[in-house]
Design a protein around this ligand. Structure first.
Ligand SMILES: NC(=O)c1ccc[n+]([C@@H]2O[C@H](COP(=O)([O-])OP(=O)(O)OC[C@H]3O[C@@H](n4cnc5c(N)ncnc54)[C@H](OP(=O)(O)O)[C@@H]3O)[C@@H](O)[C@H]2O)c1
Length: 282
């Protein structure tokens, strides 16, 4: 019997990152030819090396900013030449410290410039950074979706997985731009799913809970070596009592991609969160 995704072509954006490097690896091991997409070639090449070392289908790494329509169009031409896209994983995204205050509630001192050294209120954030967070998480999903859905239409089927967040459902403190953009990801997943259903394209999202990566180790700590106060809040609110790993996501992504397994599923966002959303925090 062939592999589950043999002869499928998958475009994975954010493939140099923690979560989507693992997803790209797992899809390659299931027989898919993967296009690894991100801005930094070094990171993509590391993912490609991991895939080759594990015996996956040799991938193609392409440096591309997913918010740049022309760059995404060029990428789409390349993928078209290879046979066209079956699966799109819109993993590129993220937050930016410059778009975040350091304090969690309004303080009148932010109006008079009297916050303690190093503290930043909402009025002190960088609006260009705020805008760029909205852009990467929303237009960085929409632009690839528009480019690659054309190839899926030509094939008569396709599946897209977007990346939402716990912030999509209820914002965390200080994450203004990130939270509103990830809420938009759930919403656009629904509207695009409805629009493209007649073309045989299914569009869903995953909402990862708190997953381990180098950044999270700094601001949340680790269960084994000690948690920061914010890390304690997260773990206290996660019934499974641990952070997620990239591999916790892969089964869900594969399920959403596979027509045999989820062929009547479209427009949903699946939390993969150790139960974070089950509790109200009290
Ligand atoms: N980790 C978590 O706990 C968590 C939780 C909920 C949701 N998520 C979401 O899951 C996705 C993956 O997260 P992650 O933890 O794997 O993040 P990550 O390690 O930072 O990976 C994200 C990747 O996206 C790429 N990227 C950013 N902007 C881009 C752009 N304009 N064009 C192309 N590529 C771009 C980055 O590479 P370059 O900088 O080289 O372009 C980076 O490798 C993100 O959407 C994130 O918001 C993560």
């Amino acid at each position: 019997m062939g592999k589950r995704f043999e002869n499928k072509i998958a475009v994975v954006t954010g493939a140099g990152g923690t979560l989507c490097s693992e997803i790209a690896l797992q899809l390659s091991l299931e027989g898919a030819k993967v296009f690894l997409v991100g801005r930094t070639m070094d990171k993509l090449e590391k993912t490609a090396e991991k895939i080759l070392a594990a015996g996956g289908v040799p991938p193609t790494a392409v440096s591309c900013d997913v918010t740049d329509e022309k760059a995404v169009e060029d990428l789409a031409q390349l993928v078209h030449g290879a046979g066209g896209c079956d699966f799109l994983i819109n993993g590129a995204g993220g937050n930016n410290q410059k778009a975040m205050p350091t304090i969690t509630r309004f303080d009148p001192k932010e109006l008079t410039g009297e916050l303690p050294e190093g503290q930043k209120g909402l009025y002190d954030i960088d609006i260009a950074a705020f805008r760029s967070v909205l852009d990467i998480n929303t237009m960085g999903t929409v632009i690839p979706l528009l480019a690659f859905s054309k190839q899926m239409i030509a094939k008569g089927s396709g599946s897209v997985v977007n990346f939402a967040s716990m912030n999509s459902f209820c914002p965390l403190t200080r994450c203004f731009a990130y939270a509103m953009s990830k809420a938009a990801v759930c919403n656009l997943t629904q509207s695009f799913a409805a629009y493209f259903a007649p073309a045989g394209i299914r569009i869903n999202a995953v909402a990862p809970g708190f997953m381990v990566n180098e950044r999270s180790k700094n601001y949340l700590g680790t269960v084994e070596e000690g948690l920061t106060p914010r890390g304690q809040q997260v773990i206290g609110h996660t019934p499974m009592g641990r952070f997620g790993e990239a591999r916790d996501l892969t089964g869900c992504v594969k399920w959403l991609l596979d027509d045999e397994a989820s062929g009547f599923v479209t427009g949903i966002t699946v939390p993969v969160d150790g139960g974070f959303l089950t509790l109200g925090g009290v």
